[in-house]
Design a protein around this ligand. Structure first.
Ligand code: FE2
Length: 378
């Protein structure tokens, strides 16, 4: 999988992510072949770069890993979150039924597709950031909720609550919300009001269970060490819904493109959350989370002590130790025949880095070799 600027796309390349249009419907779905028309439309939509499965434009294509959420479930959920923001901002009320249905579909998909690891493509949707982000956070939270053996009722409260977690952002002026540069202290103080505004708003809506549904909105920015906001709760004073949503929220924000940052690869998000966020997350939940979310998704190209290779398999519980098909030695000489190394079994070798898209393109152009072609051999 590689992230390509739109002006380098060619007809015949295969989408590794889905693109939603501004009403939340799918415009392009993963696995679809690009045509000149689509490429032109992407440019018109203002999209700068997208993930494709490989740079090959002819012959068989590498299918992207199967998603946890069905295309339709995701598209409808994004649309419902969008409509919820509209309805609440226009009339301060909400018909909870369509949103609750979307939430139930998310839970159903997660339960039905437990055999699929969450891979990068699950998270890549462009446009409508707040709405797509809410759906991603709900999906990841539902997944973590299932892993924690929450009851069906708890799962539905968690998931629906998460779809609404950022509704308090309606009270934040757009200039602050979409500011492309760093926020000053006064602006950050305004942002920090959204958990309280959001939970108050949810509690004022004529919906069943409003109190329970407001927990995620109120607590998703609390930290285990009491340094979060707005209530500086610590440890188990933070409801499990809040501890779960905090992990899902940060993971999705890190791996998404924002006006002020690039999308970080899952491995960097993992490193930042595991090693650079002491006191922020519930460690036990974080461990569970990353045993089910691919740190090196299939198709990631790695530099390792054994040479350069592409991830061809990832297993639950060992997402930091994938099976890698090594195709070049450390001096970038292509091997006659690629070798598979299972990092969970071979303790002599280790992973040094994830190649970024520029390094990967250089590789492809200099050596005229697309590592993704190796995935076709399975
Ligand atoms: Fe938030």
């Amino acid at each position: 999988m590689i992230n390509l600027p739109v002006n380098r796309l060619k007809p015949g390349m295969v989408m590794a992510q889905s693109i939603l249009n501004s009403s939340g419907a799918s415009f392009l779905t993963r696995g679809q072949n690009l045509t000149n028309n689509y490429i032109e439309k992407l440019r018109q939509m203002g999209i700068r770069e997208i993930h494709v499965s490989s740079t090959l434009t002819s012959g068989p294509s590498v299918p992207p890993p199967e998603e946890v959420l069905q295309e339709r479930t995701r598209a409808i959920a994004v649309k419902r979150v969008y409509e919820m923001f509209q309805q609440v901002s226009d009339s301060k009320t909400l018909d909870p039924v369509p949103l609750a249905r979307a939430s139930a579909s998310i839970v159903n998909d997660i339960v039905a597709r437990r055999s699929n690891l969450v891979q990068l493509t699950d998270l890549r949707v462009h446009d409508m950031y707040t709405f797509a982000h809410s759906v991603n956070v709900a999906m990841l939270s539902a997944l973590l909720g299932v892993l924690c053996n929450l009851t069906a009722e708890e799962l539905s409260e968690l998931t629906l609550g998460t779809l609404m977690h950022d509704i308090g952002k309606l009270s934040i002026p757009r200039e602050i919300l979409n500011k492309p540069s760093r926020l000053n202290d006064a602006e950050f103080a305004v942002i920090k009001r959204h958990p309280i505004e959001g939970s108050n708003l949810i509690r004022s809506l004529p919906i069943p269970n409003a109190k329970q549904l407001s927990i995620v909105a109120r607590q998703h920015h609390e930290h285990m060490d009491g340094r979060g906001y707005p209530d500086r709760r610590r440890e188990k004073q933070i409801h499990i819904y809040g501890r779960i949503a905090a992990i899902a929220d940060v993971y999705d924000a890190l791996t998404s493109v924002r006006p002020y940052k690039k999308a970080y690869p899952p491995s960097l998000a993992y490193h930042m959350m595991k090693n650079c966020s002491a006191g922020h997350f519930d460690e036990e939940l974080l461990g569970l989370f990353f045993s089910n979310v691919a740190i090196y998704p299939v198709g990631t190209v790695l530099g390792t002590t054994a040479g350069y290779g592409i991830v061809c398999r990832v297993e639950f519980g060992r997402t930091d130790l994938p099976v890698v098909r090594v195709f070049a030695d450390k001096d970038l000489r292509l091997l006659g025949k690629p070798i598979d190394i299972d990092f969970s079994e071979d303790s002599r070798e280790s992973i040094n880095k994830v190649l970024n898209d520029r390094e990967l393109l250089h590789f492809i152009h200099e050596m005229n070799f697309d590592p993704a072609s190796l995935l076709l051999e399975d």
